[in-house]
Design a protein around this ligand. Structure first.
Ligand code: CAO
Length: 415
């Protein structure tokens, strides 16, 4: 079966996580992604957090599946020439170098556009235009600067970053959307364009609800669904809300049976207004359902903590799995807190392809996160990440280089 991005050729000038997460998605959609790495070092993540000596790390392999890889010194004259040939025959160039690095290499937008006017240049940077524009960035920098850290954690603690990589993979997702949209626009415009995503913006986009709350706080002085409400005065900025739900339906993390010894024996429980009578029935407080002091969301707001405590009395009598099974029948929105071990071994996630096993030529078998976007006409077969320079000769052959020319380039450390 054909794939959504069959026929699209992408020069993958990305490294670490933000850029590679984007190009991996595009490779899974069928694009021919050619990763370009430095001759001696390659992507730094090949060597970071290694669990097997001299073998590409899981950090690298899990972000670079289904790609081809070449090594190329793009600062040498011959390397620039090869890169120009690649640009002339490709559709997209994706990069996440530090600000200015691509220009310093001589690969300005003007140059790229003159070599191939249909080319799309897609970039991730830490920050957009402004006072931080020149700054390098990593995941947690973006989480702090994008509003996530100041609003995550508990009120009496320091700002907290989330383990969800919203700065890196979040930016990669945004960039992928920009790229496919630019490819779509090119169908009618005939032209490529620049697509840029700042990690700070990507995090902010995912923290939109907190900017909503900032303005609600400024108007009303309180945030009624926050745990601070009725306990503590609000300040001038949105406080950390612990595990309170970010939406219009109150929610909490509640203990389940075994919580004393298992730090993941918890459930997330949403007190959706529509299921209030069902919740009252399940926990054995049927009289609450019609009690005017509690039977509207507004009436419940000041007593949320005590209501959740009562629900927790019930959840602690059951395992988190049993709680979900029971609540499922009452349509109560909820989910277990799953450990990474439980997720890695989850048979549903494996059956749906959200967790897959991959065979790497050197490392052997390992698990990775599969394609989260399921498309009925564009199936995904996840294949190994490439070894460093694995496809250099093949790609140069395609560009018209002969074997002796390739050998000479190798001797000169251009490839
Ligand atoms: N041939 C020759 N030179 C190459 C090359 C190649 N194939 N590939 C890269 N280089 C050069 C670059 O041109 C750059 O050279 P100059 O500094 O002389 O211009 C140099 O390698 C280093 O590139 P870099 O600045 O991108 O890498 P770094 O390690 O200094 O910084 C990072 C890494 C991630 C902080 C920075 O790239 C960055 O801020 N990127 C944008 C934000 C981002 O994506 N961060 C996410 C990282 S994941 O947490």
């Amino acid at each position: 079966m054909k794939k959504a991005l069959d026929g699209i050729k992408i020069i993958d000038f990305t490294h670490v996580q933000s850029g590679p997460s984007c190009t991996q998605l595009l490779a899974w959609m069928g694009a021919d992604v050619i990763k370009v790495e430095r001759v001696d070092e390659g992507d730094a993540t090949r060597k970071q957090l290694r669990d097997i000596p001299d073998v590409d790390s899981l950090y690298f392999t899990m972000l670079n599946h289904n790609k081809r890889a070449i090594t190329l010194n793009t600062k040498s004259p011959e390397g620039k020439e090869i890169l120009d040939s690649l640009i002339a025959t490709s559709d997209v160039l994706v990069e996440n170098f530090a600000p200015g690095a691509l220009d310093r290499m001589g690969m300005t937008w003007e140059h790229i556009h003159s070599v191939n006017p249909r080319m799309i240049l897609a970039s991730v940077k830490g920050f957009g235009a402004g006072r931080y524009e020149e700054c390098k960035s990593y995941e947690n920098v973006a989480q702090c600067a994008g509003g996530a850290a100041s609003t995550t954690g508990f009120d009496d603690g320091v700002p907290v970053v989330t383990s969800a990589q919203i700065g890196d993979s979040g930016s990669g997702l945004h960039l992928a959307l920009g790229i496919v949209s630019a490819l779509f626009q090119r169908v009618t415009s005939g032209r490529g364009q620049k697509v840029s995503v700042a990690m700070q913006d990507a995090v902010l986009n995912l923290c939109r609800v907190k900017l909503r709350d900032q303005q609600r706080l400024e108007r009303t002085g309180v945030l009624e669904e926050y745990p601070q409400y009725t306990h503590k005065p609000f300040g001038v900025a949105v406080p950390r809300a612990g595990n309170a739900s970010g939406g219009g339906q109150p929610g909490a993390v509640l203990k389940c049976k075994g919580w004393e010894t298992d730090q993941n024996a918890y459930i997330y429980f949403i007190l959706q207004a529509a299921v209030w009578p069902a919740v009252c029935k399940v926990i054995g407080e049927e009289s609450w359902a019609d009690d005017e002091a509690m039977n509207t969301p507004q009436a419940r707001l000041p007593q949320l903590q005590s209501i959740f405590q009562r629900i927790e009395q019930w959840t602690t009598e059951h395992s988190k799995y049993d709680v979900v099974e029971i609540l499922k029948h009452y349509n109560v929105p909820c989910g277990p807190v799953l450990s990474m071990k439980e997720i890695a071994e989850d048979y549903d996630l494996q059956a749906s392809g959200s967790i897959v096993e991959v065979n790497h030529p050197v490392r052997g078998k390992y698990k990775t996160v599969g394609m989260p976007i399921k498309m009925s006409d564009s199936p995904v077969d996840i294949t190994s990440s490439p070894l460093r320079g694995e496809h250099t000769a093949a790609v140069l052959h395609d560009l018209g280089y002969s074997e002796p020319e390739i050998n000479l380039l190798r001797e000169k450390h251009v490839i």
